[in-house]
Design a protein around this ligand. Structure first.
Ligand code: ACM
Ligand code: ZN
Length: 612
């Protein structure tokens, strides 16, 4: 078979997983994401049923046990009663000697044992969920296996920008629930933007009374006038405490972001006196970098920041607090008498050092509350605060510089990890987005230990994060579409050993996992069928062999330019089409078991000739 498109190469080896055509699986498959450190397949399987007894050896595992039971009831109608059975048992065992997030999972015909640290046992349960396969007699089959597993990186994050569009608590919980299933453990909750202030600050009720509402949204940049529909919302501290508990039960720590000194128009609309010019301002309804930022020569700004962050430090139990720091233009500071006086008074060289002074000040404030700050890579400018974590987003350079200085780093370079970028080059088949092009394979390909780093410097790479910026993502559905399946690639980059990374294997493991996510109502982007960009060219014909990207999904196609949603034939055998000067016109959709279908994907984007 001749690949005619570079993308095609990775679609080749998907293999037998696609052959399963029924909801029930005769032979349970092992298709775990993220790929565990070691898997030893063994003969046979264990049958999980209402007769299976659940044993927990430590109260620290009770929450994990009850979450597992809730899932088994919801997904399969199976309830495990507590008991000490050595035969037919599911044992969750805390091992105090195991540190970090490691676990061992053993399945043999007498039962299932998951041993590890408390987070490790939670992750063992997530692995188990991916091993369970319903059988025809209504029981659940789990293949015999021994898995030893632990993450490559401690920080495995996803960011959601709720500042530009507000997402309700129920959605946030589901978002956290799905990330936790894939062993992602940091939810970077970005609360403030020019377009909205989304977190209750008791000291300043007006921040959310006025600052949480924008008058309009562009949705598409071609329509600068926007839609004229006011929207917004915010989270009360009580709601946030509830989410913190929910996340902690799933081993997810929340990293809250309150962005200063830039991207503060929502706050400045409420308190214009904190700017250099005095305003007046409005909460922004267009995307972009705004010149108006906090005045760093005004003592009121420091009082404001202290009052806000003190509430943040008290509310969030995690060690890391994100202070933003990106995209703060120096324009106003350079002509503001107060900012210039501050520069002189503190012996600073320029406006970069003024921002750095402010970030150092925030870092000291955090330290006084037992916390550490994290910031976007601009916090390097003018001098990095000791101990501050750098989130490298414009590329890897900021992260590399910080690691060389001995500061912790989270790698989130936009060309790999900006999940608001397009997933396909065919933009007509994609919802409107900010731009860029980050296909699944690109996200998957990221290696956090770049060749520029010595092994000693690599120790400062804490992990990776995928970012979902939401100026053009205004619905829950679109968050799922943009976030998944790329978030699963982030998860595997963050968790799996580098030596086990293999995109073909990942694609084949997606087949089962996307099936599960469809059943969970996660509205991910359905990948193109394997083989779509490849053809065997023989006797004047192109022969295209397609494989479904999701278990039990069906492919419908046309070969005459007509719409496969209307005229599509069910794919059951390789498509043979005559080669014309224009190439072939094969179009298809992938329809999931739930009924949801993909956009129309076009095969063979260029003419073919024999032997090409
Ligand atoms: C960013 O994307 N401005 C951090
Ligand atoms: Zn100023």
């Amino acid at each position: 078979m001749k690949s005619i498109c570079p993308l095609g190469n990775f679609l080749l080896t998907i293999g037998l997983l696609f052959l399963a055509t029924s909801h029930l699986q005769a032979q349970p498959e092992i298709a775990i994401i993220p790929e565990p450190k070691t898997i030893e397949n063994q003969e046979g399987s264990f049958t999980l049923s209402n007769a299976t007894r659940l044993r927990v050896n430590d109260a620290a595992l009770e929450t994990t046990a009850s979450l597992l039971n809730d899932l088994l009831v919801a997904d399969y109608g199976v309830t495990l009663r507590k008991g000490a059975s050595n035969k037919n048992g599911l044992r969750l065992l805390l091992d105090p000697k195991v540190s970090g997030e490691a676990y061992t999972l053993t399945v043999d015909p007498s039962g299932i044992t998951i041993t590890g640290s408390a987070p490790g046992v939670f992750y063992g349960v997530q692995t188990l969920r991916q091993l369970i396969a319903p059988t025809e007699d209504g029981t659940l089959s789990v293949p015999c296996v021994r898995i030893e597993d632990e993450p490559r990186f401690g920080y495995r994050g996803l960011m959601l920008d709720v500042g530009r569009h507000f997402y309700p608590v129920d959605f946030i919980k589901k978002f956290i629930d799905v990330m936790a299933q894939y062993k992602l453990n940091r939810f970077h909750w970005s609360f403030t933007q020019d377009a909205g202030w989304r977190i209750e600050i008791k000291h300043y009720p007006a921040l959310t009374q006025l600052g949480a509402w924008r008058r309009s949204t562009q949705h598409e940049r071609e329509r600068p006038e926007g839609d004229g529909i006011a929207h917004g919302g915010f989270y009360t501290q009580e709601e946030i405490r509830d989410v913190i508990r929910y996340a902690a039960d799933r081993q997810v720590t929340i990293v809250p972001e309150i962005n200063m000194p830039g991207h503060t128009m929502a706050a400045l609309a409420v308190f214009p006196e904190l700017s250099c010019t005095g305003g007046p301002f409005a909460v922004q309804h267009t995307w972009g970098i705004k010149d108006e930022v906090l005045c760093l020569g005004n003592e009121e700004t420091y009082r404001f920041a202290k009052n806000v962050f003190t509430e943040i430090f008290d509310l969030f139990p995690g060690d890391l607090i994100h202070i933003g720091g990106d995209e703060a233009p120096r324009k106003r500071w350079s002509v503001c008498p107060k900012c210039q006086a501050k520069i002189k008074q503190e012996g600073l060289k320029d406006e970069h050092e003024l921002q750095s002074y402010f970030v150092h000040w925030l870092s000291d404030l955090a330290a006084a509350h037992g916390k550490h700050i994290m910031g976007w890579d601009e916090i390097l400018q003018g001098g990095l605060a000791p101990g501050a974590t750098v989130m490298s987003w414009r590329g890897e350079e900021g992260g590399i510089a910080a690691a060389r200085m001995g500061n912790p780093v989270v790698m989130a370079p936009k060309h790999f990890f900006y999940l608001d970028y397009y997933q396909s080059q065919d933009r007509t088949a994609e919802p409107y987005n900010i731009g860029g092009y980050v296909p699944l394979e690109k996200t998957y390909s990221y290696e956090p230990y770049g060749p520029q780093l010595t092994p000693e410097q690599c120790r400062f790479i804490s992990g990776v994060q995928g970012n979902i910026w939401c100026e053009y993502i205004h619905t829950n559905e679109k968050v799922w579409y943009m976030g998944y399946p790329r978030a699963l690639a982030v998860a595997e980059v963050g968790w799996s050993p580098a030596a086990k990374k293999d995109f073909d294997s990942f694609r084949s493991r997606l087949v089962n996992n996307l099936y599960r996510l469809d059943r969970e109502g996660v509205l991910y982007r359905i990948p193109e069928p394997a083989g779509l960009y490849e053809a065997e060219v023989r006797d004047g014909k192109a022969i295209i062999r397609l494989e479904s990207p999701v278990r039990n999904a069906k492919i419908y196609y046309t070969t005459d330019g007509s719409d496969p949603w209307v005229y599509g034939k069910l794919y059951t055998a390789p498509i043979e089409v005559p080669l014309g000067f224009e190439g072939v016109d094969v179009q298809c959709i992938v329809r999931l078991e739930s009924g949801r279908a993909s956009a129309v994907y076009k095969a063979i984007p260029k003419p073919l000739t024999e032997g090409q």
